[in-house]
Unconditional design. Structure first.
Length: 464
């Protein structure tokens, strides 16, 4: 009769199998615990990277308008040549001409007593001639019209001179000196042709008055010789707290050099740290558009505040013309910044995985392939070029993109046209790279992928 009891060897094998099962269970538990811990650690790292990237991108967007303003300040306000090129044509603006003419005419007529002059002239005529009472009365009645005529003559001559080329040259010279010394004022120096009174900075037009005086004397108005050498002024800057303006001026000059560089570095860091670089680029790009619009609103409100704070004797039309001219560089930079942000955001979106983006890229690949075939038919060895270029195509695209962005960010003065041409040039060069990197092969791949997708969709439809 056979016994059902296991042999010692079988019992030993069973014990070993149980021990192996126990050890395998312990190992599985440890692996699961490690995976959970690694997953927790990975999530922590991802959250940290997301937070750091978000903060960096947010700082870039917030400080971008300040960067535009500081670059404008350092380029226009502190660069005399740029400033003169900006305000020089203003002397041909009717509002500015009227304001300057009023200042000069007032200075002349304040030092020439026209009524006394005409009265003396009438008395001299009547004393040298024996006039009847009626003639004497008629002569005295001419005093008023004569005074009015002299005033009109003076104002007309002043206006003619202000509209002349000589005045344009004087205007450029006065503004060149004025800008140099205005910067000196904001740096703490108040010497020269710029006068500071109660936080108001005036441009001296004494040379213009002297030229007008000589012109009047040459036209026979000898009384103009009585005009003394006086300082004729026109308001060019106003601040209720000049000390604060000087501190802000110094800070902005420093920021104008370093802030753009810091923001570019922060943007690059935000992209490198981010879990999704494309999302950061798109977010910063579209946010730049919004920030430039906000800055544009601030510039508009600043102009209104300036006009509302003018003294009664200032010409609002002239100051408005000057403000528009001086801030035109700033406005153009804002438009360029908004367009750059728009292109940056669109570029990130169109390189993404959306159906529209992939379809658009597939169409571009097919166009490049068709172009490659056309060049091949003309004798251009596109395939041989593709052997060398295809492995380096990604690097070429990256370098071209960096160059296009640098062409927009490095110059101090960037116009929307510059941004537009940079974008067009980048797209054209990327297309050329696609053509010579093997457009025909990629078209076949794209077509194959499209056919496979179509077959998959059709198959799914039949199954349903």
């Amino acid at each position: 009769m056979t016994s059902n009891q296991p042999t010692p060897e079988e019992r030993r094998i069973g014990e070993l199998q149980a021990e192996v099962a126990r050890l395998q269970s312990q190992l599985a538990d440890r692996n699961n615990a490690g995976a959970v811990e690694a997953d927790r650690g990975g999530r922590g790292v991802r959250w940290t990277r997301t937070a750091v990237s978000f903060v960096l991108a947010l700082v870039v967007v917030i400080l971008a308008p300040l960067s535009v303003v500081t670059v404008w300040q350092s380029t226009i306000m502190t660069n005399t040549d740029e400033y003169v090129a900006t305000v020089g044509p203003l002397i041909h603006d009717p509002a500015v001409q009227e304001a300057v003419s009023d200042r000069i005419s007032t200075a002349i007529l304040d030092h020439v007593d026209v009524e006394t002059l005409t009265t003396e002239a009438v008395n001299a005529i009547s004393e040298n001639r024996e006039l009847s009472p009626r003639a004497q009365q008629g002569l005295e009645a001419l005093t008023g019209p004569l005074a009015s005529g002299i005033t009109s003559f003076t104002e007309s001559e002043v206006a003619n001179f202000v509209a002349s080329d000589a005045m344009a040259n004087l205007w450029v010279t006065a503004n060149r000196i004025g800008n140099q010394e205005l910067n000196a004022v904001l740096s703490g120096d108040t010497q020269g042709s710029v006068t500071v009174e109660d936080g108001k900075v005036y441009l001296q037009l004494g040379d213009v008055l002297d030229q007008v005086k000589q012109r009047l004397v040459a036209k026979g108005f000898g009384a103009a010789e009585r005009i003394p050498a006086v300082d004729t002024q026109i308001l060019i800057f106003q601040s209720d707290d000049l000390g604060t303006a000087q501190r802000v001026y110094a800070m902005i000059n420093t920021l104008g050099v370093w802030l753009p560089i810091v923001l570019v570095v922060m943007f690059v860091a935000a992209v490198l740290v981010a879990n999704s670089a494309r999302a950061v680029v798109a977010g910063v790009g579209f946010a730049l558009v919004v920030s430039m619009l906000v800055l544009a609103g601030g510039v508009s409100l600043g102009g209104e505040a300036l006009l509302n704070s003018l003294p009664p004797d200032a010409s609002e039309a002239a100051v408005s013309a000057v403000y528009i001219a001086v801030t035109e560089f700033l406005r153009e930079s804002m438009r360029a910044g908004a367009l750059f942000g728009l292109f940056l955001g669109l570029g990130a979106v169109l390189t993404g995985p959306s159906r529209f983006a992939t379809g658009l890229r597939r169409g571009c690949v097919r166009m490049a392939a068709a172009t490659a075939r056309g060049l091949q038919s003309l004798g251009v060895d596109v395939h041989q070029t593709a052997v060398w270029l295809a492995p380096k195509a990604t690097a070429f695209r990256a370098v071209l993109t960096v160059i296009a962005i640098a062409a927009v960010l490095i110059p101090n003065h960037v116009s929307p046209v510059t941004v537009l041409w940079a974008a067009v040039a980048l797209l054209a060069l990327l297309f050329v790279v696609q053509v010579f990197a093997g457009g025909a092969q990629q078209e076949a791949s794209a077509t194959g992928a499209s056919d496979a997708e179509a077959r998959q969709t059709s198959s799914a439809g039949h199954e349903r």
